[in-house]
Design a protein around this ligand. Structure first.
Ligand SMILES: [Zn+2]
Length: 176
């Protein structure tokens, strides 16, 4: 950032300052080193360097999650990698979209408690993934797990958007 006039008073010039900046969240403290601000000698106002603001924002979100007992970005990424999933695939499982997953991981957004619990369950019991995957499958995949008795009773099971014939689902056994 170039030396420029103070945006507040318009008189003084901004001077770069590098400090250890303390932050507090729910009574817990964290200090961010090399925190860059540009302060005005005239009015005393200071603006935070945009890169510092972005980087410290991620550190603070992780700190906030730690204080709140939530998984941090690196932990969420580790769980996803362990399950061998892309961000997109994880987004499909836990909801919220691809952007949300990316944000949880880089630390610009905190996940909810419920989301955090789900991630912990998936981490501890990866086999539960199958339960969720069955639910979010396409109509065709769900149709395949429909109770065949149900299909038999209704003759022509109709799934939203698509009509399934008994032949398609149950095979030859019910066609005769
Ligand atoms: Zn000023």
């Amino acid at each position: 950032m170039k030396i420029k006039k103070c945006p507040v008073c318009g008189i003084g010039t901004l001077k770069k300052r590098i400090e250890n900046e303390p932050f507090e969240y729910k009574g817990k403290q964290i200090t961010i080193p090399n925190y860059i601000t540009y302060a005005c000698a005239e009015c005393g106002e200071a603006v935070v360097d945009p890169i510092t603001l972005k980087e410290s924002g991620k550190i603070l979100k992780d700190f906030q999650r730690e204080v709140d007992g939530l998984l941090n970005g690196a932990q969420i990424k580790a769980i996803r990698m362990k399950m061998g999933m892309t961000q997109e695939q994880l987004a499909e499982i836990i909801g919220g979209g691809l952007k949300a997953v990316a944000r949880y991981e880089i630390g610009t957004v905190c996940q909810s408690r419920g989301m955090d619990n789900l991630l912990r369950i998936l981490d501890a019991y990866p086999e539960t993934l199958k339960v969720i995957q069955k639910k979010i499958g396409t109509g065709k995949r769900i149709a395949q797990v429909i109770d065949i008795e149900d299909v038999r009773n209704k003759k022509n099971y109709r799934y939203p958007g698509e009509a399934y014939s008994i032949d398609k689902i149950g095979g030859a056994a019910y066609g005769t």
